[in-house]
Design a protein around this ligand. Structure first.
Ligand code: PPS
Length: 349
């Protein structure tokens, strides 16, 4: 009798669990699966690196996707509902996203600038293509959906333009800031990031990573395609898309902050701009635990003993990595791939 009861209860539980699982959206299944994997197997795995997956999305766009995001997540992103006062920062990885995030939050938070610097930056932005598997990562897609209507949403994304929410692709529904960095420094920074970030595949040697970067066989695809798509859109939609470069920020952060404030339609005084420039300097941001990503290091998602997130923060570090031949090879590739561009990059300042 007791055996029968136990059997009935377990069958009922299995049926309920199955219905619950089937009732979930694919993104939530992906997130729960990720949570279980992260809390159990992940820590036991000797090698935690996951390979990239080449995914074809329903709009026909293909991309090498890192293991922390995936098709179910990005399909939801495509249909994500934007709000007119949203601010989106889009970049190829390692272009200066975090730096721009801090500047933008300070511009938009006039009067409480210290407040921004004393709260975790990752919690002040939603990472569009990041499902909420690990809380150390900060706010992800699901938080963005639940974000209070009364509060302005700030988001970051590394997705190529063709994978942004359709509403954002098809109309300039909200402010979009694109951050770009010269590809040589971008490649070097990305190489070191791959060495220490467990969500990305092992980069191999510098020579191997350089070859993958040139071919675009890396997470989020080719730098050339990524930057060019955003550049084209920025030329067509000057009032809603703003382009900022890492090199210009390095050369003259003060006037770049003033230009960004104008784009964001915020009145920022001279004194406030000075305070922003000070709070957003490399030395301040790399010693602020709210911006230095140390929580990712503590959670085992990054390994700062290999390389820090706030690594060098310089223009021209590529010269310490590129061989003479790699530089010649890259210059030829750059010339061929950018021959129709009206956008120029600075490789040293
Ligand atoms: S991510 O993971 O893609 O969001 O990384 P991202 O923030 O785009 O890029 C990280 C690189 O930006 C440098 N960085 C800065 N440089 C100068 N000043 C400030 N304030 C600053 N903040 C971040 C950071 O050091 C990484 O570059 P490298 O060359 O690796 O040092």
């Amino acid at each position: 009798m007791e055996m029968c009861l136990a059997l009935l209860i377990s069958i009922a539980c299995t049926v309920i669990a199955t219905f619950w699982w089937l009732s979930l959206r694919e993104i939530d299944r992906f997130t729960y699966g990720g949570k279980v994997f992260f809390k159990t197997l992940w820590h036991l795995l000797p090698a935690k690196r996951q390979p990239l997956v080449n995914v074809k999305f329903t709009n026909g766009f293909e991309m090498m996707t890192p293991s922390y995001t995936g098709k179910p997540v990005i399909e939801e992103v495509l249909n994500f509902k934007m709000r007119p006062d949203d601010v989106v920062i889009a970049s190829y990885t390692k272009a200066g996203t975090t730096w721009t995030q801090m500047i933008v939050r300070m511009i938009c938070n006039a009067g409480a600038k210290k407040d921004v610097a004393s709260k975790r930056l990752a919690n002040q932005f939603g990472f569009l293509e990041m499902p909420e598997v690990v809380s150390a990562l900060g706010k992800g897609f699901q938080s963005l959906e639940k974000w209070s209507q009364a509060e302005r949403r700030f988001m970051k994304t590394h997705l190529p333009f063709k994978l942004l929410p359709y509403e954002l692709q098809h109309n300039g529904v909200c402010k979009l800031i694109c951050v770009v960095r010269n590809p040589k420094d971008n490649c070097v920074s990305l190489y070191h990031f791959h060495r220490m970030a467990s969500g990305l595949p092992d980069p191999g040697t510098w020579d191997e990573f350089f070859a993958s970067f040139c071919k675009g066989d890396i997470a989020y695809g080719s730098w050339f395609d990524h930057v060019h798509q955003y550049w084209k859109v920025s030329q067509e939609r000057k009032d809603s898309v703003y382009f900022v470069s890492y090199e210009n920020l390095q050369k003259d952060m003060k006037s770049e902050v003033a230009k960004m404030a104008k784009f964001l339609e915020k009145d920022v005084s001279e004194n406030e701009i000075d305070a922003i420039v000070e709070h957003c300097s490399f030395s301040r941001m790399s010693s602020n635990e709210n911006t230095d990503f140390s929580e990712f290091n503590k959670a085992g998602l990054m390994d700062f003993s290999v390389s820090k997130f706030m690594r060098k923060g310089q223009v021209g570090d590529w010269k310490n990595h590129f061989t003479i031949n790699q530089n010649i090879e890259f210059d030829e590739l750059y010339k061929a791939r950018t021959k129709d561009w009206t956008l120029n990059f600075e490789f040293e300042i």
